[in-house]
Design a protein around this ligand. Structure first.
Ligand code: HBI
Ligand code: FE
Length: 273
């Protein structure tokens, strides 16, 4: 359901629309339950503790597509975030403006039972099951708001392609080391049946320590499992890096250097943490 963002039919303003939860059909709630049950079982022992805690705290283990009015009461009380409904992908400036104000845009539709594993753009399951539980953790809530602000800065200085890589290799496809074991925190993995296994078990991708310069130089493909994953030591560390190192000087420094292909094997000396 790709929206032509240039058409004058596109929603005006901030692209938010009423969720109209009562309009979701029994079949649409059934698809949510199917996806939820499958991922919850698969992710046991694979996802970071904060994800499981977020599902509990926000009562996302209840049945059916969440009613955002109820979800937001719980979420806002914890970290000041709310989930807002949008028709689908929204322009970058709108997206990061929302994040910078602690609003997470969630697609107001769900995939069909015939298309459980193919997604043209983020639906309510990817957005709410994948992204929202971690927003209940203060360090992630702060990180996501900082990313929103950095996104607006990146747009202003023509570096959105770089910032999108940081978003991709952390928020969407990030891994973490927890009690010495690799765990999943990226929403793109958490909401994916195939990649939830692949990301931790496959021998083919490389799994590298989080390295901001390396991430900003590493291209990604949006239609295949990752060839590289970046591993954080903790959300506090991820947040500290985001608050400590402004990205703009890095954009200038990296503009003079070549980018890396998604699976590039690069000697450690060529990058710095
Ligand atoms: N819009 N609704 C929505 N959801 C997204 O995840 C999203 C978006 N617009 C832009 C965008 N993501 C990307 O620019 C970021 O993932 C970098
Ligand atoms: Fe996403």
């Amino acid at each position: 359901m790709l929206i032509d963002t240039t058409s004058d039919l596109a929603p005006k303003g901030d692209w938010t629309i009423p969720q109209r939860w009562e309009h979701f059909s029994a079949e649409e709630h059934r698809v949510w339950d199917l996806l939820f049950a499958r991922q919850a079982q698969l992710l046991a022992g694979r996802s970071v503790r904060a994800f499981e805690e977020g599902l509990e705290t926000l009562k996302l283990s209840e049945r059916g597509i969440p009613n955002f009015d109820e979800l937001n009461e719980r979420l806002f009380a914890r970290t000041g975030w709310t989930v807002v409904s949008v028709p689908g992908l929204v322009p970058d400036d709108i997206f990061f403006e929302h994040l910078s104000h602690r609003r997470f845009p969630a697609g107001n539709f769900i995939r069909s039972a015939e298309q459980l594993d193919y997604l043209e753009e983020p639906d309510v399951f990817h957005d709410v099951f994948g992204h929202v539980p971690l927003l209940a953790l203060p360090a992630v809530a702060d990180f996501m708001q900082a990313l929103g602000q950095e996104g607006l800065n990146a747009l202003a200085c023509g570096a959105m392609d770089r910032l999108a890589r940081l978003y991709w290799y952390s928020v969407e496809f990030g891994l973490a080391r927890e009690d010495g074991r690799l765990k999943i925190y990226g929403a793109g993995i958490l909401s994916s049946f195939g990649e939830s296994r692949f990301a931790l078990a496959s021998e083919t991708p490389q799994r590298l320590p989080f390295d901001m310069r390396r991430i900003l130089r590493t291209r990604y493909k949006s239609d295949a499992f990752q060839q590289s994953y970046f591993v954080i030591d903790s959300f506090d560390d991820l947040l500290a890096r985001m608050l400590r190192d402004p990205l703009e000087p890095l954009y200038a420094e990296l503009a003079l250097l070549p980018d890396y292909e998604p699976g590039a094997a690069v000697a450690l000396s060529a990058t710095s943490r």
